[in-house]
Design a protein around this ligand. Sequence first.
Ligand code: ZN
Ligand code: ZN
Length: 146
Amino acid sequence: MRDHLSDDALEEYSLDKLSESRSARIEQHLLCCEFCRARLLGIEPVNSVHFTRDGPVYSRITRLATGDMMARHWGSELDGGRVFRSLSAAKRYLSTSCSQMFPEHECDGRCGPTQNRGLMVVPRTRQNPKAQSQKGADSNKQAQAQ
Ligand SMILES: [Zn+2]
Ligand SMILES: [Zn+2]
């Protein structure tokens, strides 16, 4: 018998709050457990990537246990997010700030939803040390918004 991931673990994983080793364990479980993969997708109404001049920029909305929506995007030059009460407000935030940051960007065929959250295809963006060091600031922002 196998334990499935807890709701908390899924949420923290979705928000990239977990340590490298814990999130690696969760990824391993997700790779072989369709049930938990579906649950994860269920709390992530938006998961997409845009290939900008600065490299790939990922966007994600996570439905929090509180019912709020955490909208985030991250890439080589940025890492930020905000909490919203509604999905539509979160989506609006992502698209507005994306077009503000990359006004020259025009979507091509590679932009769009990330298949399987990039689990099989593209490694996650954790190898970027700059994004890591900004995590603290990111969670502060989140705390303020709540
Ligand atoms: Zn599972
Ligand atoms: Zn695009």
